[in-house]
Write a new protein. Structure first.
Lengths: 324, 324
């Protein structure tokens, strides 16, 4: 790893919306130098970021070498691997191999990819420790909403007793619209799909899988669990009726899809309307119950490529601080 | 300063509710050793924390030496001065002298005392820099609600454009009760006084002075201002009518006492009922508007001796991390 005067060198593995967001943001940080960018077709070595971003947006190939992503991770000397390939919760590949190989080669890893952490949290944190490098994953939970580093650094003086989170913007949008406009689930889902808030196949979000992955990561990070997806008891929002929402509302509650990290559950729960966890629209929120600091709630945008890239940059900057 | 293997040594200057909270919490942290505690009557050197806390609660003197607080700060070799004397916004004393002398003697300072920072922010941050020590003050704004360190560390990847905060629990309690119960200001104030939520003389809170001090600290810390209390345009909540609250409510807003850090204003403002800043009761909240991370809102208990002590402990732990 370089000393604190040389720029921090990084590779970006995965060049979808988030990878492009990272490239866009680090363009303006002179202390950071991108040595390689890999997309599914190939690798751009020592890329001119402006040029590569323009090519990608124009649908042109970015590769200027015969290397693969794994070649970059294994053989190019650099400080940080930014792993931002799409999440695959069935085994975590290709992200898992990328992260594993990066750590084995003593490179720090910053990732937004839930797959590897859900599949092999203990193995990867152990690998990072053994190799004396950092594995940072603020962007895997809540996008730009700080939670992992908030708990680890800012709330270091308190013991965390539980974390309860509204961690999926698509679900929260659907539940908010259903409650406010008295519309049925199917109507709102269809509207959300039109607006790009829900995917064409919304299963991953609405059945609670995405939230469960975040619960697994937080449980392993802060409660010493070795949980995987199978350990979480998951109920989605796809069977919630208008009647249930209105009944809750009359009694002063909103229905939210809540992940409870200590319980390892994801399910629709009643949240008092005045409680800070009760955020609306696509917002995410998490309430952190502590012994001495009481309950701290944080809310913010849970998705968006620039917002997620911002969380990644905060992790990159911590790696930079730790080496100085 | 000791090396990372020896315990971190600290003095507690001020032994009211917060000082006692700090002593209570650090009792359980083996890496921290309290070398002196000063109250208004004298100094306990190398105190047995359990014994000193019991004496204080029983109304007995704690002093076992002829030293003063300033003697401790100047002459006893230790790592961190925890300055938790009461806030005095007219000149900042005695806290200002305590903090200044601590920094000049190359001791790190952790404080919950707004007075010195409002009176002499630039001088003190410069002194800390020149002497190579830390000046940390998470507990001055929002009690246990993390904001200073959240912005500095966790949101380091984003540029902060503005901070708007509901930063006084007494005001927020009064406004919440007025709106929910349709009671007048005087009725709710009197109730809050009975409950210990408002002081017998509530001026400092209800006229916005406390919120303005917090605005000054955040403006100086994050927007490079050299503001003092006189630079803030302050309107309190003591003239708010029931009519105004109900009118706002009908239109979908709550009235909150909002400190706007970029504007340097404190005034009752309309906050949309669904916005995360709209917290109820004695809660505090702050919305941090950033360039790339969007708007992040954090909420938590703004007061309480153990909660404030918890924020102080998180600052002490950062000092500890930074020396290792």
């Amino acid at each position: 790893m370089g000393n604190s005067l040389s720029p921090l060198t990084l590779s970006i593995i995965g060049f979808g919306a988030i990878g492009q967001g990272v490239a866009t943001i680090v363009q303006n940080v002179p202390q950071i130098k991108v040595v390689a960018i890999a997309d599914s077709k190939g690798v751009a070595l020592m890329p001119d970021l402006k040029d590569v971003l323009a090519r990608k947006r124009g649908g042109q190939p970015i590769a200027n070498s015969n290397l693969t992503a794994l070649d970059v991770i294994r053989t190019i000397d650099h400080d940080v691997v930014v792993e931002v390939t799409p999440t695959n919760i069935h085994g975590g590949e290709p992200g898992l191999t990328h992260v594993r190989e990066a750590l084995k080669n003593k490179r720090n890893v910053v990732t937004s990819n839930k797959g590897p952490l859900v599949a092999a949290f203990d193995e990867l944190t152990q690998l990072a420790y053994t190799n004396g490098v950092a594995l940072r994953y603020e962007a895997t939970v809540g996008g730009a909403m700080p939670i992992v580093n908030l708990i680890r650094d800012t709330l270091a003086g308190a013991r965390v007793l539980d974390i309860r989170g509204v961690l999926n913007g698509t679900c929260n949008y659907i539940l908010t619209r259903m409650a406010e406009e008295a519309l049925d689930y199917d109507q709102v889902l269809s509207e959300a799909q039109d607006m790009g808030i829900a995917e064409a196949d919304p299963t991953y979000d609405v059945t609670g899988i995405d939230t469960a992955c975040k619960v697994v990561i937080l449980a392993n990070a802060f409660f010493g669990r070795s949980a995987t997806f199978a350990d979480v008891d998951v109920t989605g929002i796809d069977r919630i009726t208008q009647d249930a929402l209105q009944l809750a509302r009359q009694r002063g509650f909103a229905v939210k899809l809540v992940g409870d990290v200590q319980e390892l559950t994801v399910s629709p729960k009643l949240v008092p309307i005045g409680h800070p966890l009760n955020v609306s629209g696509t917002l995410n929120a998490a309430s952190i119950l502590t012994d001495t600091a009481g309950e701290i709630t944080v809310a913010g945008k849970g998705a968006g490529s620039i917002e997620t890239a911002s969380a990644i940059l905060s992790d990159i900057l911590s790696v930079m601080r730790d080496r100085s």
